[in-house]
Design a protein around this ligand. Structure first.
Ligand code: HEM
Length: 207
């Protein structure tokens, strides 16, 4: 699930004692007593098999909450997630990290941290370099002035250049968005598929 949808709507001012770094966050954790009011996606049981937890939440408490990670709500039903995604007035995208402490660098990553009306502009500026035709050209001739950074430096939105902060944030987003998703996705497929085929069930269907 996109972390954008795990929304922090208010800071509960709770100071965690586990705020040294991610390593500490992962290793020493108070056990979850109640998934509906104290969920923790870094809990070992969630990491190993989150599906029964989500199924239970969907029927017992479809919008769970935790005071961990500075306070987070978790919608678990498709219709609620859809509603949140579309209601950009009530729900902002400006904070997308779910962690116990604020991120060390306070910098937006447009378009994923943008709300309307800026979201559209930050998104549109990225479309030309990712259009299929542009990718083909990029592969054939890779002159220095045709790389993505040069494109963003030269780009104009409403006649104005993008700020350095915008360009840096977008590049950071593209790096993480491009590596994490594809790497983890194919890694999971390579890991799960052989195990699945071993069961004799054949290739998974599209259903
Ligand atoms: C299997 C691979 C991928 C998956 C499953 C995936 C998934 C997603 C999802 C679910 C979102 C929406 C996040 C949200 O709003 O909550 C998203 C947004 C985004 N992804 Fe990917 N992604 C993948 C690959 C990539 C790649 C390769 C790039 C670029 C190099 C990329 C760039 C972006 C950008 C820029 C956004 C923000 C769009 C916006 O806010 O309008 N993604 N991705």
């Amino acid at each position: 699930m996109g972390m954008r949808r795990l929304l922090r709507r208010r800071s509960l001012g709770r100071k965690s004692s586990l705020n040294a770094c991610w390593g500490a966050e992962l290793s020493i954790r108070p056990p979850v007593e109640d998934w509906a009011t104290d969920f923790d996606h870094l809990d070992q049981r969630w990491i190993e098999d989150p599906f029964p937890i989500w199924a239970e939440l969907r029927s017992s408490c479809p919008v769970a909450h935790t005071n961990r990670f500075q306070g987070v709500y978790l919608p678990t039903r498709y219709k609620d997630i859809r509603e949140v995604a579309h209601d950009t007035q009530a729900f902002s995208s400006r904070r997308l990290q779910v962690r116990a402490t604020p991120p060390p660098i306070k910098s937006p990553a447009p378009p994923i941290t943008s709300d309307p009306p800026h979201h559209r502009l930050a998104r549109i500026v990225l479309l030309p370099p990712f259009a299929p035709a542009a990718i083909v050209v990029q592969r054939r001739r890779c002159a220095p002035s045709e790389d993505l950074i040069s494109y963003l430096v030269a780009a104009r939105v409403d006649g104005q250049p993008l700020t350095d902060n915008h360009i840096l944030g977008t590049l950071r987003l593209l790096l993480i968005a491009g590596i994490d998703t594809t790497g983890v996705g194919s890694g999971l497929a390579y890991g799960i598929l052989p195990r699945h085929l071993k069961t004799g069930a054949g290739w998974p269907s599209r259903q």
